[in-house]
Design a protein. Sequence first.
Length: 515
Amino acid sequence: MLLLASGLVFSHTSFGQDSNRPNIVFIFTDDHCQQALSAYDPSRMTTPNMDRIAEQGMKFNRCYVTNAICGPSRAVIQTGKHSHLNGFMVNGIIFDGNQQTFPKLLQKAGYQTAVVGKWHLASTPQGYDHFDVLIGQGPYYNPPMRTRDSSGEVVTREHTGYTTDIITDKTMDWLKNGREDGKPFMLMYQHKAPHRNWQPGPKYLTWLDDVTIPEPETLYDDYSTRATPAYEQAMEIKTHLNERDLKLTAPPNLTSNQLAEWSAAYDPKNEAYLNNKDRMSEKEIIQWKYQRYVKDYLRTVKSVDDGIGEVLDYLDESGLAENTIVIYSSDQGWYLGEHGWFDKRWMYEESLKTPLLVKWSGVVEAGSINNDIVSNLDFAQTFLDLAGVRSPSDMQGSSMVPIFKGKTPLNWRNSFYYHYYEFPGGHSVARHCGVTNGKHKLIHYYQKGEWELFDIEKDPSELNNVYDNPEYASIVKSLNRELNQLRKQYQVPDDDPDFQKLREEARAKRRRGEI
Ligand code: SGN
Ligand code: CA
C-alpha cells in the first residue's frame, strides 16, 4: 500500500504511480436513448463516432439509472449514492455541494478535474479545477455559461453560436491548453442535447427531410392492463407537444442570421403542414408530429456525434488515447414515441436504460458486449478505482473496472432498485419505486397503492401488466421480498420529504442571489 500525504490510501491492486494512472474522459448527454445510437439500434440514424467507442471497447446493454431524471441522475454520479442519501431527489432543488463527491476525492489523489457543459445541480461545482457550465438547462443557441475568471471569481460569460458546438470547442480548448503536464486528468464533457425542445444546429436543419423514420410498435399504446399512472401522464406526442416543440414557432433567442437560416429550413415545411392540417385525420396528425419530433431529436444527436468525433480524433492524434479511458453515457434514457410518449421518468425500459460505452486501449476488449446490470450508481466508484483510490464505505455502487477487464465479480448485483419522486411535477408521472432483475420488473406506485409486474423476456415492450395474473404470484412474492430487502440495504426512508417546501427554499435562495 502506498500512503499519500493527503491521507488517501491507494489500493495495491490498482495503479500505484501517477504515470500509470489513466486519464478519464467522461462524455455525457442529456436524454439520449439507446434507440438513437446506432451501436444499439441502427434503425433511425447512424452515430459513427459513438459507435467508434463501442467498436474499440465495450457496449453495456443493461446500464440502469436509479432515478430517470436529469439533476437526480447527475447527483447520483457525483456522490455514488441513491437520491434519498445525496438529497437531490427531484429537479428544481439545490445540490449540497459540500458533501463528499468523487471529483473531490480524485483531486485529493492528484487528478486534475474539469467539467464543461451541462451541470444542472444549481450549486457552484465543487471539486473541479476548471468548470465552464450552462446555467440550469441552458439554451440550444447562444448560451450564457458560468466559469471562474483568473482571479477565482465566478463569472457569467455570453456566447454566440450553437451550444453543442460551443461545448465541444471549450472541451477541445481545455484538452489542448488547460491541462497541467504530469498530472492525470478527469474531464466531464457534458452536452445539453438532445434535451427538449430539440433544436437542431445550423448544419442539420434540413437533414432527414427526405426520409421517413420508422414508428415504434407501441406508438398507439392505449395503456390497457396498466395501472392508472400510465393513463394520467402528460407526455404524449398526440397531446402534449407545444408549438415550440414542433417548431411551428421559431426559438425566441436566435440572432438575425440564425433566425434567417432557421426560417429558410422550417417555414416551407410548416406551410405545407398548416395548409394540409384540416384535411388530415387524427392518426395522420400524430404521424406528422412524430416525424417532426423524432427528426429534430436525431438532428441534435448528430451534432453531438460530430463533436465526439473531434474529441476522439484529438485523443488519437495527440497520443493521449493510449492511456485515456473514454466513457459515453447519458443521464437517462428516453421515449422516442414508445407508448406514444416523449420524455423519461418511468421505470419502463426505455428510460430506465441509458447508453454506456467504454473504451480503454489495451484493457477493454474491442467490440465486447456486456449484459450485467450496471448503473450510474457505479460511476463514482469506477472513477475512483481507475485512479487507484479506495471507495469510501458509504458509497452504494460498485467499481465496474473488473467488468471492463472482462471479469464480472461473482457477487455482482442481479437485482436493481429504482425510485422516481417528482410528483406533482412536469409530465405528471406518479411517484414509484420498483425492482428488476432484467427478466421481471415489479413497480409500486406507492401513493396510489397500485402495482405493475412485467415479464420483460416475454413482453419486452411492457404492454401486459401481469401483477394480478395467478401464474405470476410466486414471482410477485419474491420480487416484493427483494424490493424490501433492497430498500433496507440502501436505507430508504418510509416517507418522502416535502418537495414543495424544498423547492420554495431553492426559489427563495435564487431570489436572494445566493446561488
Ligand atoms: C423541462 C422540460 C421537460 C423536462 C424537464 C426535465 N420542459 O422542464 O419536458 O421533462 O425539463 O428535464 S421544457 O419545455 O422546458 O423543455 S431534465 O433533463 O432536466 O430532467
Ligand atoms: Ca435528462
